[in-house]
Design a protein around this ligand. Structure first.
Ligand code: SF4
Ligand code: FE
Length: 481
């Protein structure tokens, strides 16, 4: 396994084409806006090396028998799925943000099943290619971006009917030694912190969409790939030089638009090519795994609840009954999300390839809760924090020889707590509920792994309504047939 330091060094060797604020970045790793997101991924390496987290953060490769980082593991039982849920919460709690590495493990597990099943039907050799890629990822302990979401253009039209045919990533040329692809993947979590980009289709497809039913993996610095960094609310605070106003001093997440401008993919790295019937299969499996992964939000929730309790104490309000009740409610909501992620893991099953898949109905219920409950937890945190969280002057004012003394005096809470500590906790709550980390904690909870309606469609497909009707009819004497 790589250490956190080796991970950072490996990123320095990549030759990525990254744009931010209209300029090409010469040094991605040390960029102050990107760096906290690199730190969060590095934490997945650091935690795996710590003996107290070994059971959760590492696993034994089913390919090589070697100890590997769990973020590169293929689930061999429901125990592995449960540990993945716990790993998400642990990492969320230690970083207070999106640590970006789950999309990779979810893509790997989904492909381990879909490649196997395509081969069964079409006699192809995708699973062999995939397993070779997987072995490389495990041996080198790589960070993978699971790239699914296409820009999608006109949502009422399938890929092949779009006015601009590149609105879904597609094969533009097939050669003896591989394919040329063009298109883009949007909202790519952790993209510029990744060694490999694993591309998958984003929707179920029909025969006419053949060129779009493509899955492959390429090194992140492959020629023709350009990254355009997404902005986050309050992102420039990271460049101001202090460390109070950014709230979370160490960690953050990032998303990017990843453009594939005629990128060559060697044949050995192709995992699906035109098998349209399996595009939906891959999407549903990836989505189910990633809906389970949202246990990460319960870890961030732990941080937010801790911050809310702390500011209540700093304000001298912790014994008010309504504050106590709000903290209870925050915990109740947070644990409700955890229950869903744990339940879909514990109720997982073995697929024909040997990989264990979560219970997809429960994974969708888990994610549906995640589209709502963090918003309520955030609302309660803001309620407890009070208005100062958003009217607070800057760290530079606090340090100012002229007005700093007034901030020290008038922003004081309990006598024994320093004003600066009180302001730090407020900035952390601001960071998670309004600032850079709110991307991950709120809007990403809404749309990541599919927007709320996507889960409702899956829930409606997977519940057996007829059976429920029979149960009701039988009990009251109505003929169940
Ligand atoms: Fe992982 Fe959560 Fe970030 Fe998604 S939002 S990549 S599940 S930490
Ligand atoms: Fe996500």
């Amino acid at each position: 396994m790589k250490t956190a330091v080796q991970y950072e060094e490996s990123l320095r060797k990549l030759d990525l084409t990254v744009y931010m604020f209209g300029e090409k970045l010469e040094n991605v790793v040390d960029n102050p806006i990107i760096r906290p997101s690199m730190n969060a991924v590095a934490k997945t390496y650091e935690m795996a090396a710590r003996p107290e987290f070994e059971d959760i953060m590492t696993a034994t490769s089913h390919l090589t028998g070697k100890k590997i980082n769990r973020f590169t593991h293929i689930h061999q039982g429901t125990g592995d799925l449960v540990k993945k849920t716990k790993m998400g919460r642990l990492m969320g709690a230690h970083t207070g943000c999106c640590f970006q590495r789950c999309v990779g493990i979810d893509a790997l597990n989904a492909l381990s099943m879909t490649t196997f099943e395509i081969d069964e039907v079409h006699g192809t050799e995708y699973n062999r290619r995939f397993l070779e890629f997987l072995r490389y990822v495990q041996d080198e302990d790589l960070m993978c971006d699971g790239a699914m979401t296409d820009p999608k253009g006109d949502r009422s039209l399938p890929p092949h009917q779009q006015e601009d045919p590149d609105m879904y990533l597609r094969v533009v040329e097939e050669r003896e030694d591989g394919i040329i692809v063009r298109g883009a993947k949007a909202h790519q979590t952790g993209a510029v912190n990744s060694h490999e980009i694993i591309v998958m289709p984003t929707i179920a497809m029909r025969e006419e969409d053949r060129d779009y039913a493509v899955s492959f993996a390429v090194p992140s610095d492959t020629s023709g790939i350009t990254y355009i960094m997404g902005r986050q609310s309050c992102d420039l605070r990271k460049t101001e030089g202090g460390n109070l106003d950014q709230g979370n001093l160490f960690y953050g997440g990032h998303e990017a638009l990843v453009v594939f401008d005629n990128v060559f993919v060697p044949r050995e790295r192709i995992f699906m090519l035109g098998e349209v019937a399996f595009a939906g299969h891959l999407v549903e499996r990836f989505a189910s795994y990633h809906r389970q992964s949202y246990a990460c939000k319960t870890g961030v929730g732990d941080v937010l609840i801790g911050a809310a309790q702390t500011i209540a104490e700093y304000n001298g309000a912790q014994n008010a009954s309504h504050i106590k009740d709000k903290i209870i409610e925050m915990n109740h909501l947070n644990e409700t999300m955890f229950c869903g992620s744990l339940a879909c893991a514990a109720e997982g099953h073995k697929e024909p390839s040997g990989t264990f898949l979560v219970n997809t109905l429960l994974a969708n219920v888990c994610k549906q809760n995640v589209t709502r409950l963090p918003y309520e937890i955030a609302r309660l945190a803001q309620d407890i924090a009070g208005g100062l969280m958003v009217t607070l002057p800057s760290e530079k004012d606090l340090k100012s020889p002229e007005v700093g003394k007034w901030m020290e005096k008038y922003f004081k809470g309990k006598a024994e707590i320093s004003t600066e500590d009180r302001l730090r906790i407020l900035r952390l709550i601001e960071n998670i509920t309004l600032g850079t980390a709110a991307v991950g904690y709120l809007t990403e909870s809404m749309h990541g792994a599919g927007s709320p309606q996507a889960q409702r469609i899956m829930i409606s497909r997977q519940v057996n309504l007829k059976e429920k009707q029979k149960l009701a009819k039988r009990l009251c004497g109505v003929n169940p047939e």
